[in-house]
Design a binder for this molecule. Structure first.
Ligand code: GLN
Length: 240
């Protein structure tokens, strides 16, 4: 954290914000506030420069055309590259996740250049993956089973310099036949989960706050978000 508050940068809400992804900003603000940590959120439109003084950068999902435009602008801008080089936390969903990689499939499946900030490659799959996803998260992240909603045509493969975020328990996730969902490397994390993902998975929000602060944060009591998470998990994987 570079100042007395955590600065959250919500990248391009005018292009990338589907299925309630903006709720991710609200969840970070709330989880920080409950611990007495002030936040400031910037809603950064796509004609603005990505600042390098953010602490957590968020990208949401998007339709094919806005996704292509967002990738072009972010590549030209370079601000997100500088933030990643400085070790800032990045959380990206679906189209935002694909954009972080080396390439992604355009509206006709044509390969288009991404930002190269996460070692993943995406293309266009045969079928659209739509529905609930559940995954067991990589042990080192210390995050319990995650749940979300996916709606994407893209298929994503993880290269040697990134790790899978989770092993798929239900749903499709990355869809490349490896059985994984999402990817991460350093403080950059991407997922196909909407929902919004941080609201459904408070521990993921806390992981980002931890990355931003650089120190452990105290756990919070059981919350409405915890109940939402359980309700969704039970709906997808009913207790037997
Ligand atoms: N357009 C991308 C795809 O279909 C991302 C979709 C999304 O962000 N929901 O794969």
């Amino acid at each position: 954290m570079s100042s007395d508050h955590i600065k959250i940068v919500w990248i391009y809400p005018d292009l990338l914000s589907t299925y309630g992804d903006q709720g991710n900003t609200i969840m970070l603000e709330r989880r920080a506030a409950l611990r007495g940590i002030p936040t400031r959120t910037v809603h950064l439109r796509s004609d603005e420069h990505v600042p390098d003084d953010g602490d957590i950068y968020l990208l949401g999902g998007g339709e094919d055309r806005p996704q292509i435009l967002a990738a072009q602008r972010l590549r030209k801008d370079g601000g997100l590259h500088a933030a990643v080089q400085a070790g800032k936390a990045v959380f990206a969903v679906c189209a935002g996740y694909q954009i972080l990689g080396h390439e992604f499939g355009g509206e006709e499946g044509q390969p288009l250049p991404g930002l190269g900030l996460l070692d993943i490659r995406s293309g266009r799959g045969e079928r659209r993956a739509v529905g609930e996803v559940v995954g067991d998260v990589a042990a080192e992240l210390n995050v319990p089973r995650i749940t979300g909603f996916e709606n994407h045509q893209g298929v994503t493969s993880i290269g040697p310099n990134a790790k899978p975020l989770a092993k798929v328990v239900a749903g499709v996730g990355n869809g490349d036949g490896q059985g994984f969902e999402g990817a991460y490397a350093g403080h950059v994390l991407g997922t196909y989960m909407h929902g919004p993902a941080l609201v459904r998975n408070p521990a993921l929000a806390d992981l980002l706050l931890y990355w931003a602060l650089g120190v452990e944060i105290p756990p919070l009591d059981y919350s409405w978000a915890g109940r939402l998470r359980e309700e969704r998990l039970n709906a997808v994987l009913p207790a037997t």
